[in-house]
Design a protein. Sequence first.
Length: 260
Amino acid sequence: MIFDTHAHYEDSRFDKDREQLLASMDGHGITAIVNVASTVETTKKSIALAKTYDFMYASVGIHPSEIRDIEEGDMEWLYEQTKEPRVVAVGEIGLDYYWEKEEAVQKQQRYWFEKQLLLAKESGLPVIIHSRDAAQDTLELMKQAHEMHIPGVIHCFSYSAQIAQEYVRMGYYIGIGGVVTFKNAKKLKEAVASIPLEQIVLETDCPYMAPEPYRGKRNSSLYLPYVVKQVAQLKGVSEQEVVQATNRNARRLYRIDECA
């Protein structure tokens, strides 16, 4: 019953064994996966995967590090893709100041972030938020999203417990993946311990962010039990309870039972 809320199986690192790997998911208890887009091209590939595998779903959106070549017409195209029955979210969208230090580029990121928040509002879909080294700007824009009644998840959460609690108060989910198993992830572990299990969803961000003991290697949904174990320890509950709760949370977030 494990639900991977954020994966990138269109990535070239899966080209050699993608079909075999995805065919093995059900046998390992992985019952649902959302393949998350980051460009126009990966939006197309994510939708194609979701149409091929009945346990997979897709998102549409442009990652903040990929905004340089966006045109207004791309927003119209993305909106049309939100009508696909296997599309469950707009994302991953947001801000990334880790790679982009120039104010002009950061301003462009904020512009397209707001544009895609409006796209989510118009389509009625939740958002998948990417935020790196942009805590305050992301939080301010998500407060606006909350006022517009846009639901969503803060993917690969990396900020403090205090900020996590602010998102939870607004009803947003917190995406937890392999980083929580790292020995030096003290801040993230504190955040997980401080928020309700009812607001946590599991993710891989594969092929990135593999948990211990596979850190540095290609990640996949098959490694999520390591994340489950760590979350269970931090929350003081059983691993089964973590699996059941996060599966329920993910289906509520993405409204999966409403999808074809």
